[in-house]
Design a protein around this ligand. Structure first.
Ligand code: AMP
Ligand code: GLY
Length: 407
């Protein structure tokens, strides 16, 4: 099969790497990709937002299957546009991807289908926001309705901060979700899905904050690990039964059948599992630690779910830890173009944002690389990932030192 992946980060590198191992894979293209993934795929210089050119490329190259990694093309309806041309795609349509594209839609679905989540109010004006916030308990969570690349959530400690964030978000969003602050252990549950058929991955944990001990601003994710020993099998089953299945059922019922990767960002609270958010794609950097643990041939898994066949996925029982190296200043302002020397590797390195110039890699994004290792336990996986990191030199990268530390 000839495969096209749309996206450019570590998640897409991991996907291409995993597909390369499939006995059914022939050519693998990534649009636009990044130079660091050329070990497993051919990158194509078309912008991620240039949908007509992506579609023409897929037709001209007789692509057998397209996988869209990134949320923006999904929410813009690239799947719909490709399917109209008779192309086969594993990804949700625009209407199904709204589960990620609109927080207000996601909350209304959870309400309608009885899926446990934080209490919330949807507000459309400053005055409505003020009325809700005057009567709220703090901290409270303020969420922009639309896609915000990880910058659409503020945990506000008091009225002043909450109102200011609501005003800011309302300037660029039709509405804002004001939500109860939940306490507990966060985890990510991702499943291959097609209507009500789902094959869950094992769970992963993401590190959202920029610095050690969960300090600093929210990022796209500074590292991840899988499995997550602090979440019991019962809690995972609860998440599948009470969150993932009802959401897939609900979406189908609403004529928004979901096909692709459904991502539940979940919290185990003292009252059980609750939803923080849904995404319509693989997590990044969760994909980078989940795909190395998946033993099945990924193209067979996708073919099987497209035909709605029952299947249980097989996972490597070893632990997997991934440590991200990001440009200094990320997630705020950062510079690009710093040379990277990669020494001895004890891990797989997925490139998140690099470019190959004059025979060397240089930094080319906020998140730049992720070193991913399997080990007999989290400690061994973690040590190997950090050994690799120690052998990477670059003047402008930083990383967290507490990824995969299991307390
Ligand atoms: P999101 O963009 O929805 O994933 O939110 C980013 C991060 O904000 C999450 O990973 C949580 O750590 C935090 N967060 C979002 N919603 C809540 C909530 N209701 N209670 C507590 N923390 C939250
Ligand atoms: N790592 C969180 C996300 O992909 O949204």
């Amino acid at each position: 099969m000839d495969i096209l992946i749309v996206g450019q980060g570590g998640r897409e590198h991991a996907l291409a790497w995993k597909i390369r191992q499939s006995k059914h894979a022939n050519k693998i293209y990534v649009i636009p990709g990044n130079d660091g993934m050329r070990d497993v795929a051919q990158t194509i210089d078309i912008a991620m937002g240039d949908y007509p050119s992506i579609i023409s490329f897929a037709i001209d190259n007789k692509i057998d299957l397209t996988i869209i990694g990134s949320e923006k093309p999904l929410c813009d309806g690239l799947v719909d546009m490709m399917e109209e041309k008779g192309l086969k795609v594993f990804g949700p349509t625009k209407k199904a991807a709204e589960i990620e594209g609109s927080k207000a839609f996601a909350k209304s679905m959870m309400e309608k289908y009885n899926i446990p989540t934080a209490f919330y109010h949807k507000v459309k004006t400053f005055e409505e926001a003020k009325q809700v916030l005057i009567h709220s308990k703090y901290p409270i969570v303020i969420k922009a309705d639309g896609l915000a690349a990880g910058k659409g959530v503020v945990i506000a400690k008091d009225f002043h901060e909450a109102f200011e964030s609501s005003v800011l978000f309302l300037e660029t969003n039709p509405c804002v979700v004001i939500e109860e602050y939940l306490e507990g252990i966060e985890f990510s549950l991702i499943a291959f899905a097609n209507g009500e058929t789902l094959y869950p991955f094992e769970i992963a944990q993401d590190y959202k904050r920029a610095f050690d001990n969960h300090q600093g601003p929210n990022t796209g994710g500074m590292g991840s690990y899988s499995p997550v020993p602090s979440i019991s099998k019962e809690a995972i089953d609860e998440a599948i039964e009470k969150v993932m299945k009802p959401m897939l059922y609900g979406l189908e019922k609403e004529k928004r059948l979901f096909k692709g990767f459904l991502y539940g960002g979940l919290m185990l609270t003292k009252d059980g599992v609750k939803v923080i958010e849904f995404n319509a794609r693989l997590g990044d950097p969760e994909a980078e630690v989940l795909l190395p643990r998946l033993k099945d041939d990924i193209l067979e898994v996708i073919e099987s779910i497209l035909e709605h066949k029952p299947k249980t996925l097989l996972f490597d029982q070893r632990a997997c830890v991934g440590v991200v190296m990001a440009s200094k200043g990320y997630p705020l302002h950062y510079e690009k173009g710093f040379p990277i020397e990669i020494g001895q590797e004890h891990s797989t390195i997925f490139h998140m944002g690099t470019k190959y110039i004059d025979n060397k890699y240089v930094t080319f994004g906020g998140r730049v690389l992720i070193a991913v290792s399997l080990g007999k336990d989290h400690d061994e996986a973690r040590q190997k990932a950090y050994q690799t990191i120690d052998n990477i030199s670059c003047d402008n990268l930083f990383y967290r030192k507490d990824i995969g530390l299991i307390k």
